[in-house]
Design a binder for this molecule. Sequence first.
Ligand code: FAD
Length: 314
Amino acid sequence: MSIIVYTESWEEKFRKSTFEAVSYASEVAKMLSTNVIAISFGEESSEELAKLGNYGAEKVLACNQIEKGDSEATSNFLAENSIDANIIVFATTNTSKMIASRLSAKIKAGIVSNVIELPSEVSPVTLKRKSFSSKAIEQVKVNSDKAIICLASNSYGVIENHKNCSIEKKTINSSENIRFKGQEIANGKLSLAEAEIIVSAGRGLKGPENWKMIEDLAETLGAATACSKPVSDIGWRSHDEHVGQTGKAVAPNLYFAIGISGAIQHLAGVNSSKVMVVINTDPEAPFFKSADYGIVGDAFEIVPKLIEEIKKIR
Ligand SMILES: Cc1cc2nc3c(=O)[nH]c(=O)nc-3n(C[C@H](O)[C@H](O)[C@H](O)COP(=O)(O)OP(=O)(O)OC[C@H]3O[C@@H](n4cnc5c(N)ncnc54)[C@H](O)[C@@H]3O)c2cc1C
């Protein structure tokens, strides 16, 4: 009755959210006196696969025959390889949402998304999740025999717990393998889901020609760039940068909101950030109520100074 973890990689390197999911599963496994089996679908090297052992996986089942984003084939494979498992853990990502929901229907498992803590009980699985766009915390009890836990990103942390990890290569029947292309697009150099720091800007930037300073600040900080919905709607930035209720939900350690008013729909996707810094000319901008640090002023004056000062420190 092992615990299964679905893993995700980008350019054959496991995502931080995968190491977090394995760390979480490893702690749940301790509660149940069992072990963790991670399942990988990429072309990761043996060294990369073995890294899952650093966070508590005792075994990796590696199948490289399924196209990334093929949620039907992936959930079929997971269903076949989790027959003996009562708990399956996913990191909450755009891809995993599609796979976890299909899997739950196939194996008749209760599914809990946006989970923020370890289960308070394991029989029945009882845990806390964020709900109502992270405005409320809900306690959920899973009544089915099997439970799928989708962990909210950055809610548990990546915790080292070294195990000897064996790797088993798995193959599937190719007729089951329905292939289609489609995967989360990484924005520029860094994917939003993975970024520790995000520099986000809104309509206060006045036009797409002014994003150079946002990109410069992001590069200086090693950050990803994001934007508000109207900015991507007008076409100043591409849609994969749009964060918020109808865009990507992000939870970086540091979120810069530059020239963004802080509408409730924007906050819904970013308010799980650990620290929020807001730069806005309007002292009454709603974003200041949620900010950890606020700078009232013109982004066109502040951002270049910020870049200069950060460069001095770095
Ligand atoms: C159903 C629904 C879903 C939505 N989903 C989303 C979503 O997912 N994400 C999202 O972002 N929005 C979403 N919206 C839109 C949302 O309500 C806001 O309209 C939007 O977030 C505002 O974008 P903004 O802050 O960039 O622009 P604005 O509201 O125009 O704000 C611009 C801000 O920039 C400031 N500013 C101006 N000049 C400067 C300067 N020189 N320096 C610094 N600051 C300056 C202004 O004071 C202002 O606060 C949704 C709306 C609806 C109805």
